[in-house]
Design a protein around this ligand. Structure first.
Ligand SMILES: NC(=O)c1ccc[n+]([C@@H]2O[C@H](COP(=O)([O-])OP(=O)(O)OC[C@H]3O[C@@H](n4cnc5c(N)ncnc54)[C@H](OP(=O)(O)O)[C@@H]3O)[C@@H](O)[C@H]2O)c1
Length: 289
């Protein structure tokens, strides 16, 4: 029987890159199962010949049919779902009941020391059930600059985050996708946790300088106080829960806790991680006006 791989979060940053890598590694499209909320919309974004299935973490009735014939799962917690006990644990329970060879979970760098994060709770739950797992624990995504911060860079020529002079290690989601695909195809990755980082850490002054150089216009880093950041994001219509998560993440960065580098990407991919400048070059059109 062919191995079937279920990919949650398939239309997001890491899911999409994982699927591209699975195809590049020769996995048949029929065996790649994007579990998505809207199949038609997903087909517009991804390869249309994949074996799509309807799936929603908030609708338990979509779980069991998806899991029947699955060997491997990539589990991505959608950022909007923080109540993991209600929405993620029931899916893990169903997957456990159905049985599988490997559950790859997209976690977070430093998660082992941060019991308050949803990722910590998910990792602990997967281990408690004894499911064969691989945890991917990446640093900040470079793609935050082409998603969350896209509008402010493009329209306001600025980056507005309360990170002070704190430095952050960034990784390209292309590298994470390549690793997610290869740990599902190669042997030897069961019950392993991998801390994935990019080449080096940057503060936002450097980030703004690099963007200014490549875009040929001045991008300024504003380092607001937490209160100013909160008020502005609230005014822009961000949900309070999201603002609090952002403040938490950038406060960690402010105190220099988000800059650790590992050599795991080199070890797993046999090449250096994508550099920040390569990422900027590859994405220039997104910030162009
Ligand atoms: N950003 C960072 O710097 C960073 C760093 C480390 C770890 N992480 C972690 O990475 C994860 C996010 O990964 P990502 O950036 O690849 O995702 P993403 O781009 O934010 O995409 C979220 C995905 O989840 C899907 N989704 C949303 N609600 C859903 C639901 N109710 N049921 C099923 N699917 C649903 C979305 O599908 P639709 O197309 O239907 O909306 C989309 O495919 C988070 O857990 C985050 O904490 C992020």
């Amino acid at each position: 029987m062919k191995k079937k791989i279920l990919v949650t979060g398939a239309t997001g940053n890491v899911g999409e890159e994982t699927i591209k890598s699975l195809i590049e590694l020769g996995i048949e499209r029929d065996s790649i199962i994007p579990a998505v909320r809207n199949i038609e919309k997903a087909k517009e974004r991804l390869d249309k010949d994949l074996n799509y299935r309807l799936f929603d973490f908030e609708k338990k009735e979509t779980f069991s049919d998806n899991l029947e014939d699955i060997d491997k799962i990539l589990l991505i917690r959608p950022p909007a779902i923080s109540h993991v006990r209600r929405y993620i644990f029931p899916f893990i329970d169903e997957a456990d009941k159905a049985g599988m060879d490997q559950l790859v979970f997209l976690s977070l760098q430093g998660v082992e020391n941060n019991p308050l994060t949803p990722h910590h709770k998910i990792e602990r739950y997967i281990k408690r059930l004894g499911i064969p797992y691989t945890f991917l624990r990446p640093s900040f995504f470079m793609q935050n600059l082409t998603t969350t911060h896209l509008e402010e860079i493009k329209e306001d020529q600025e980056i507005f985050v309360p990170a002070g002079k704190g430095t952050i290690n960034y990784i390209d989601v292309i590298d994470i996708g390549e690793i997610a695909a290869s740990v599902m195809i190669e042997n030897g990755h069961i019950d392993k946790s991998y801390e994935l980082t990019g080449r080096r850490a940057y503060d936002f002054y450097e980030i703004a300088e690099i963007l200014s150089e490549y875009l040929n216009r001045k991008i300024e880093y504003k380092s607001p106080s937490i209160i100013r950041f909160f008020i502005r994001k609230k005014f822009e219509g961000y949900p309070i829960s999201k603002i609090i998560v952002m403040i938490g993440l950038y406060t960690i960065a402010r105190f220099g806790k988000a800059d650790e580098r590992t050599d795991t990407v080199e070890r797993l991919l046999g090449r250096e991680p994508t550099s920040f400048k390569e990422f900027v070059e590859n994405n220039l059109s997104k910030w162009k006006r």
